[in-house]
Design a binder for this molecule. Structure first.
Ligand code: 4NP
Length: 159
């Protein structure tokens, strides 16, 4: 029995992008039959939405693709996450800067942009919070693409 690979997704509010990534990547991992070998969580660098469910638009867009994220609840990133997770995957450069500040002090797992695992040509997941529904579709497209690349990387690690 190998120790599960631990994956953490980080955005600003933990109500749009990172819970969507958590839900989508969990499904990708389940479909690959690896759910007992990978654990997945998400959090936000900000504390405004702690304890809240994801944004209703994120829940609806994910549900359209067969992914349920309605039960997730927001929590704030903490320095201990860098000790507890093997992958700390951030959504944009501001998240990267914020988490890297903590990493420089704390050490542990270095944060990386999640879309580095993708092939879309984007390296940031745009924040959909103040936009329309299209933004939530784009979030799902980008994180679905990067999830496949991340699964490949983890598969290689598990052999
Ligand atoms: P997220 O989106 O970082 O993808 O969860 C946001 C959610 C809330 C806010 C900003 C971004 N906000 O400013 O409250």
């Amino acid at each position: 029995m190998t120790t599960p690979v631990k994956v953490l997704f980080v955005c600003l509010g933990n109500i749009c992008r990172s819970p969507s990534a958590e839900g989508v990547f969990r499904r990708v991992v389940q479909q690959a039959g690896l759910d007992d070998q990978v654990t997945i969580d998400s959090c936000g660098t900000g504390d405004w939405h702690v304890g809240k469910a994801p944004d209703s638009r994120a829940i609806a867009a994910a549900r359209e693709r067969g992914v349920d994220i309605g039960h997730l609840r927001a929590r704030q990133f903490s320095s201990e996450d860098l000790d507890n997770f093997d992958y700390v995957l951030v959504m944009d450069r501001q998240n990267l800067e914020d988490v890297r500040d903590v990493w420089r002090q704390n050490g542990g797992t270095e944060p990386v942009l999640f879309l580095r695992f993708g092939s879309s040509g984007y390296d940031e997941v745009p924040d959909p919070y103040y936009g329309g529904n299209h933004g939530f579709e784009q979030v799902l497209d980008l994180i679905s693409d990067a999830s496949e690349g991340l699964l490949q990387r983890i598969r290689e690690q598990l052999v």
